[in-house]
Every structure is written in structure tokens, then in C-alpha cells.
Design a protein around this ligand. Sequence first.
Ligand code: AMP
Ligand code: MG
Length: 492
Amino acid sequence: MSDLNTHLHYRDLPAFFFSDVEPVAVSDVKIVALNTALANSLSLDETWLRSDEGLSILSGQSAIGGVPSLAMAYGGHQFGHWSGLLGDGRARLVGDLPNKDRAGTLYELHLTGSGATPYSRRGDGKATLGSAIREYVVSEAMAALGVPSTRALSIITTGETVIRNGAEPGAILCRTARSHIRVGTFQLAAASGEGENVKALADFTIDRLYPEAPNSGHDRYRHFLRAVVARQADLVAKWMGLGFIHGVMNTDNACISGETIDYGPCAFMDEFHPGKTFSSIDRNGRYAWNKQAEMAHWNLTRLAESLLPLLGDSEDTQIKAAEEDLNSFVAKFETALNQIMATKLGVEQAELEKDGFLNETFKTMTIGKVDFTLFFRNLTLVAAGKPDSKMLELFADQELGHEWLTRWKTAAKLENVMDAVRLKTMQASNPIIIPRNHRVEQAIADANQGNLKTFETLMDAVSQPFTDRPEFANFETPPLAEEIVHQTFCGT
Ligand code: AMP
Ligand code: MG
């Protein structure tokens, strides 16, 4: 199917890592969404995707290249507890395609909601239209915001009813990723007690995702570990810079590629609070906005444990190597976050530390109960020479806002208008439009009633997050009191 190295396909791993899966029949397939730009980058023709052959793949009836679909095996810690074998219980891999915009890279085509697999346990293997729409909107918004993420290629409805909060339309989402291998895949390999499984998985993952690693020796695996650490640090910093809360950072939802995966209970904050969570199942705030770096580090520690035998010759050297490589997380994360925050605030990085300016900023945002996105957006307007009024309106206590803004102007050395280069980077890092929860919920509610217009308009809005388009002004504003979404659900 592809002329790239065939040993880069997930199926080339030992049989331990997957199960072949039979198609699960669907009754009436209809395309709800098709991402033509993404399809095009994978050389998939839109007309072909809409044909019986294309629909057969998007609905899990067949796979690209005629091979059986497969469900991946992985384990995981969920909310800090080891769950053992999890695996693709409602998902399957149906293809692996080269991306013509990124030479040498393969992308997996993975379906969610395509029916039961050997890993379904008590689940039905199905997904709701609502959960598919949530993932489609938020993952595509993330990509447009410049955050590494799985992408959404299509949603089809299956003509079936899925029972969750009552009866909901059944749907299948097709997403793409550089790889769906997770921390939990390594944990399962390590738990098998077969060192060969861990080594085979590590070698495969390195060849596919980190080919720049040395070819052999402990350095090969240490390079790999450090590279995964760096990508996770960068990813979490990007999330935080957007007020994004993943919500379910279990080790089975931590991609080795550094792509954001699993858009279950995720949400962007409206009003800022550092300890904010949304997920109905995150009762202890484990995955709160300001805990995400610590949790990513926790997940990476599970990865390092799984890799231990590859990191050195003796237990001592293995542990020392793992600790050293894991310790690189903190500096990587802090550097990434500082860089992001300095750019967002339009100040030199050195200013963030002065008199604790960055901490004061977060504190002021919290006490002021400001909207996270509008705070940076309206600050960008001040930097562009607009009056302070719109910025100050965001604060519950305007005096507090005024004090902070005065301090910021000193930090930014702002007299009138910011210099063009700095202003441009500020504009390019402070989005005008994010997929606000109430908008996503409305799109889902309307789609469930058969109206896709709200979803389509929202997709249009989030696709150009940094462009000022007056016709989408409604999407900039936070929810009214009655529109606020307080909790999100996994929607499985
Ligand atoms: P998640 O919460 O999406 O990370 O999923 C955790 C585990 O539960 C994975 O192994 C999923 O495949 C499985 N799972 C979630 N929903 C279903 C479902 N409806 N049917 C079968 N398995 C599921
Ligand atoms: Mg998951």
C-alpha cells in the first residue's frame, strides 16, 4: 500500500500487541463531516471517500489494502490505579498512509465507535454522535491553534441508536495520528514479563517516530526516553498556554508521539482558575489545569519504568539513567511555558521573573475572575494601541485590573503601540476563537436533533482562531450565566 518501509506499520509488531478484528455491521451509513483538507494531505480523494468503497473503510467494514482491521492492545493507569489490559475496546486501525505534506511520515487511520473488539470488556464498542462531534471540533481546533494533536478525518452516523444518557445516534469517527502507541502500550509490554516485547516495541516506535536516535546501545533508548519527555513537556506547556484541560491524562491516553489524544472530558476554561477541572469523574482534581505538568511527569515515570532494562546494564545504572532523563522534564517544561507566556504577554522572558510578574499575573487573573482567552486577546488589543477599557471590563474589580495593566505596561516597555514584530507574535499566540464548551454543547444538541448547521458554523469559526472575522464575533464571548458548562463527561 505504501512505498515506505513496511516495518513501520503497527501490524509488523509481535502479535502480542494487537488482535485482528471482524467488521461489525452498520445499518445506514451517512457522512456527517469530511475533512477534505486532511484527506487531501493523505492523498485520499473526496469522491472516493464518499463512494461505497470509501464509506466501507470509514464505517469499519474493510481496511485500506484489504488486510483485516486490528485493535491495539495496551494497558494503563487510570486515575493513578493500574487497570491491566485495556486496549481498543471501541476502536480499530484501518490504514496507514503517507502524508504528502510531511515527507517520510506515515499517519494511522483509526476508527472510534466501530463496534466490539476482544478488548471491549463490558462495553458495546460504540460511540455517540455527540462524542464524535466533540472530538472532531476540539481536535481540529487544537491543530489550528498549533498544538500537536490527533486529527479528525470524518464522522459517519451508523443508523443505529446507542444508549448513554438515553438513546443517542450512533456514530464512527475516523481520526489520524502519527502513531497511537501510548505509555500504556509500553506498560502492557513490560507487564508481560517478556523483555523482548518491550524491546520490539521500543525499536518499532523509535524507527517510526524518533529515527534520529542512535542505532544501538543504551543510548538509543535513553535518547528515545528524553525525546518523549521533551515532547510531552512541550505539549503540556502548549495546553496550559491556551487554558486547555485534557481531563483524562491516564497513561493509556498519553501518546508517545506527543500528539494530544482522547477528547473525552476535555475543555477550554472560560473564567480562569488554576485548579479548574471539568470532568465529572475527576473528583479529586487530579488532572486540573495546574496539575497537568506533574501528571505528565508521572506518566513519563511509568514509561521509564517500562523501559528500565533497556537503559543500562545493571539495576543501579538503569535507575540512575531513568532518573536523569525524567529530570529533564522540569527544565523543558519551564522553558516551554515561560516562552509561551512571555510571547502571550508580549514581554521579554526576563520580565516574567521580576518581582514574580508571571505569578502575579495568574493571581490577578484568578482574583479578577477574568476569562482566560479574552484576557490575552484584549491585552493584544491594548498592545495594538486600542483603549484600555475593553481589557479593564474583564475584571470583576476594575481597580485591580488597572493596577495590573500599569505593571504590565512597564514590563512590556509599552508607551504607545508595541513594535510590529513583537505585536505580531503576540497576535499569533493569543487566539480570538477557541471552541468554548457551551458552543460545543450546542453543536452536539443540534446535531442530535438532525441539524448540522451549528456544528458546521462552529468548525468554520475555530478553523482560523487567530483571524479577526467580525462575522464570528459571537464565538469570541464567554457563556452567559445560564449557558455555562460546569461539567464534562467522557461520553464513551
Ligand atoms: P477512554 O476512557 O476512552 O480512555 O477508554 C478507556 C478504555 O475503555 C479503553 O480501553 C477503551 O477502549 C474502553 N472503552 C471505552 N468506551 C468503550 C465502549 N463503549 N465499548 C468498549 N470499550 C470502551
Ligand atoms: Mg483513551
